[in-house]
Design a protein around this ligand. Structure first.
Ligand code: ZN
Length: 131
């Protein structure tokens, strides 16, 4: 293997074994390259927190010397779910109750029950039409 090819390998391809000191794989170590090739060192717990904070745009300012991000950034959700409404699913107990009211055969009672379950009524009626 030529040196150029070795430089293209990912650390995990070079040594996939877990570290004897910390148990992490080589790619999860602090990498230092002073021109002689990369050297990998275990993070101590303080270094690990630093690495996590540097990787998080909300906390990186703690280590970069930049001004803190505005509060709406520091307190934001970076999970990618922001802006999407929470998913609602009609609970099985509500579906079971709907079937009981439906089987009772009283249209007025069914209409009242559906009015009292506005979040579930569209899905329940759709389910009824599909059946
Ligand atoms: Zn280690």
């Amino acid at each position: 293997m030529s040196l150029a090819a070795a430089d293209d390998l990912l650390p995990l391809e070079i040594d996939p074994r877990p570290c004897e000191l910390c148990g992490r794989t080589i790619d999860q170590h602090h990498c230092q390259d002073d021109g002689e090739g990369p050297l990998f060192f275990c993070w101590d717990d303080g270094d690990l927190v630093t690495a996590w904070e540097l990787a998080d745009p909300r906390d990186a300012w703690r280590h970069t010397g930049e001004a803190p991000s505005p509060a709406h950034v520091r307190n934001s959700d970076i999970s990618g779910s922001a802006g999407r409404p929470p998913q609602y699913r009609t609970p099985q107990a509500t579906i079971d109750a709907f079937r009981i009211v439906l089987d009772a055969g009283n249209p007025d009672r069914l209409a009242t029950w559906l009015r009292n379950h506005p979040a579930d009524a569209p899905a329940l009626l759709e389910m009824l039409e599909a059946a």
